[in-house]
Ligand binder design. Structure first.
Ligand code: F6P
Length: 545
C-alpha cells in the first residue's frame, strides 16, 4: 500500500482516537444547524448523516482517503467497461442495464448498451404479449402466476423488488423458490395452478445445484399435470449460459440472456428482473431502471462532498475502521421492504467480505461489516435491545417512506413516529439522573431505584443514518438500491479489494459433492466431524416412504 494511502488512513484513525469522536450529541451542541448541514439529497432521496459523529475534520480526512485510494478513478474505469473484476477478468457493467439505449456503454470490446437494449426489447415484447393474453399456457388459459426459480442474486433482488412494489395494480402474482429444501416448494405448490403458471428458471450460470434441482422438481410437476408437450409454453430461462438452457429443453426464444459483466447480486435490472416486470407491468419495471439510472448519473457526476454513495461509504469506513464497529443494521420502516435487508446482505457481504487486497496481500484492516436487519417496527420487539444497550454500538440505517400507499393515515403516523423515535433514542440516550427522576416521580423506593437504575440507563451517542423516500414507487426503489450498490463499489475501492468476485462461496459447494454421494450410500465423508454427524443423521432417519 502506498505511503499516501497509509498516511490518509492514519489521519482518519488519529481523529477517531479522540474520545470526542464518539460524541454525537456534542456535535449537535456545537452546530445548531447540523441536521440540515449534514442532510443531502439526490433523485428524490434524502440522506441524513447528522446522527453520526462525523464532523468537518473527519469528513475532510475521509475525502482525502477517497482521493488517495482513487475511488473516482476506479469508478470511471468501471464506467469505461474496463475489466476491474480482475480475479475473473470481467468488466462490471450493471450501470449499462439501466442506461438509455444511446448511452454507448462498452464492456471491453462489446457494445454493452446494444446488448442490453436487445434483451430489454425481447423482455418488453414478451411481457406485454403475456399481459395482453397473446402468450398463454398450454390449455389456452391466461397466466396468473409467475414462479421464479433461482437463488442468491437470481432470487433476492427480484423477490425484494416484487414484494416492495406489490399492490392492487399487480398483473401477475410472483412467487420465488430459492432454497433446495423442498419444504419451500411444498409451501408454494398448493397456491399454483400449473395451467396458469409461468416458470422462470433464473440462473446466471445455469449450473447452480439448488436451482437446477428445483427446476427439475417443478418441470416434473408441470409435465405430470399438463404433459411433456406443454413444457415449452410454461418455461423460460434467464441466464448467460445458452448451451445449458438449450440442454434443459428451453427454446431459444424463451431464453432471456445477459452477460458475464453483470454480477449475480447486481443483476435484478437484467433479464433476472423478468419476474418483476411480469408482476408489475413493463412501465413500472422501466421506472425502476430509470430510478437506478438517475442514481448512476448522480454517482458519476456529483462532486465528492455531495455524492450520496461516496458519503454513505465514507460513513461506513468511519464506523468500521475508525470506530471499530463491526456490524450494521438495516431497518426499513416499511413492511414492503422486509426483504431489503436480505438483498443488501448479499450485495454488501458477498462483495465486501474479503480478506486479501487486489494484489493478493492480506488486508490491513477490517472490511465488510456484518449486515442484518428487519422491518420496523418489528425490529424494535426483537433485537433493538442490543442496539440500544449492548456494549458495542451497532450503526443503523433507518429507511423511512414519507407517503404510504394505503389510506390508514393513523397507522402510518405511528410507523414514522417509531422510526424517528428509535433514531432519537440512539442519539440522545437517557442518563442516570433522568432515570432516577422518572422513577422517583413514579413513587419507587430509593433502594429499588439504586438497584435497577444502571439497567435503565441508555448511553446514547449511538450512530445512525436515515434515508427518506418520498414514496415507495419503482423510481425511488431503483434509486435506493443503486445507492447501496455504489456505496459497495466505493468501499471496495477504499479498502483496495475486489468487490465483484465471490470465491468464498466455492469451497462449501465443492465439499457438498462427496457428502451428497455419502448420503446417497457412497463412501463415508473423509472428515471425522462430518462422518460422525452423518452417522447421527442416519441413525435418526426414517426409511423414505
Ligand atoms: O452463492 C454464489 C452465487 O454465485 C451468487 O453470487 C449468485 O448470485 C448465486 O450463487 C446464484 O448463481 P446463479 O445465478 O449462477 O445460479
Amino acid at each position: 500500500m502506498s505511503n499516501t494511502i497509509e498516511a490518509a488512513w492514519q489521519a482518519v484513525t488519529d481523529l477517531a482516537a479522540d474520545p470526542a469522536a464518539r460524541n454525537i450529541r456534542a456535535r449537535f451542541t456545537a452546530d445548531p444547524a447540523r441536521a440540515s448541514r449534514w442532510t443531502h439529497r439526490a433523485d428524490g432521496l434524502v440522506l441524513d448523516l447528522s446522527r453520526t459523529s462525523l464532523d468537518e475534520a473527519s469528513l475532510a480526512a475521509l475525502l482525502a482517503l477517497a482521493d488517495a485510494t482513487g475511488v473516482f478513478a476506479r469508478r470511471d474505469a468501471m464506467a469505461r467497461g474496463e475489466a476491474i473484476n480482475t480475479t475473473e477478468a470481467r468488466a462490471v457493467m450493471h450501470m449499462a442495464l439501466r442506461a438509455p439505449a444511446d448511452a454507448g456503454l462498452r464492456a471491453g470490446a462489446e457494445d454493452a448498451s446494444a446488448t442490453v437494449h436487445d434483451t430489454l426489447g425481447l423482455m418488453q415484447s414478451f411481457v406485454e404479449a403475456l399481459h395482453a393474453g397473446k402468450i398463454t399456457g398450454s390449455t389456452g388459459e391466461r397466466f396468473t402466476d409467475v414462479l421464479n426459480i433461482g437463488i442468491g442474486g437470481s432470487d433476492l433482488g427480484p423477490a425484494m423488488a416484487a414484494r416492495a412494489l406489490s399492490g392492487p395494480h399487480d398483473k401477475l402474482r410472483a412467487h420465488f423458490l430459492g432454497n433446495v429444501d423442498a419444504h419451500a416448494w411444498e409451501a408454494i405448490r398448493p397456491n399454483l395452478d400449473p395451467a396458469r403458471t409461468l416458470v422462470l428458471i433464473a440462473s446466471k450460470t445455469f449450473t447452480t445445484q439448488e436451482t437446477m434441482a428445483n427446476a427439475r422438481l417443478v418441470r416434473a410437476w408441470l409435465a405430470d399435470a399438463l404433459g411433456e408437450a406443454a413444457l415449452p409454453r410454461h418455461l423460460a430461462a434467464l441466464s448467460t449460459n445458452l448451451q445449458a438452457t438449450a440442454d434443459f429443453g428451453i427454446a431459444p426464444a424463451r431464453v432471456f440472456g445477459f452477460r458475464d459483466w453483470v454480477g449475480g447480486r447486481f443483476s435484478m435490472w437484467s433479464a433476472i428482473g423478468l419476474a418483476i416486470a411480469l408482476a408489475q407491468g413493463w412501465d413500472r419495471f422501466a421506472r425502476l431502471l430509470e430510478g437506478a439510472h438517475a442514481m448512476d448519473a448522480h454517482f458519476l457526476h456529483a462532486p465528492p462532498r455531495e455524492n450520496l454513495p461516496l458519503l454513505l461509504a465514507l460513513t461506513e469506513t468511519w464506523h468500521v475502521n475508525a470506530l471499530k464497529l463491526p456490524t450494521r443494521a438495516v431497518l426499513p420502516y416499511d413492511e414492503r421492504l422486509a426483504r431489503l435487508p436480505a438483498h443488501l446482505q448479499q450485495v454488501e457481504m458477498e462483495s465486501l467480505g474479503k480478506g486479501v487486497t487486489l494484489s493478493g496481500q492480506p488486508v490491513a484492516r477490517a472490511t465488510g461489516p456484518v449486515v442484518f436487519g428487519e422491518a420496523g417496527t418489528n425490529a424494535q420487539h426483537s433485537f433493538m435491545q442490543l442496539i440500544h444497550q449492548g456494549p458495542v454500538p451497532v450503526p443503523v440505517d433507518f429507511i423511512l417512506v414519507a407517503n404510504p400507499d394505503h389510506g390508514h393515515a393513523d397507522s402510518h403516523r405511528k410507523l414514522l413516529a417509531n422510526g424517528l423515535a428509535q433514531a432519537e433514542a440512539l442519539l440522545v440516550g437517557r442518563g442516570a439522573d433522568a432515570v432516577a427522576t422518572e422513577m422517583r416521580a413514579a413513587g419507587i423506593a430509593e433502594e429499588r431505584i439504586a438497584a435497577v437504575l444502571p439497567h435503565r440507563v441508555f448511553t446514547g451517542n449511538r450512530p445512525s443514518v436515515t434515508i427518506l423516500l418520498p414514496r415507495l414507487d419503482p423510481f425511488s426503489l431503483g434509486a435506493l438500491v443503486a445507492l447501496y450498490e455504489h456505496k459497495v463499489f466505493c468501499l471496495g475501492a477504499l479498502w483496495g479489494i475486489n468487490a465483484f468476485d465471490q470465491w468464498g462461496v466455492e469451497l462449501g459447494k465443492q465439499l457438498a459433492g462427496p457428502i451428497l454421494k455419502a448420503l446417497e450410500g457412497g463412501a463415508p465423508p473423509e472428515h471425522p466431524a462430518t462422518a460422525a454427524m452423518l452417522a447421527e443423521i442416519e441413525a435418526l432417519r426414517a426409511d423414505p416412504a
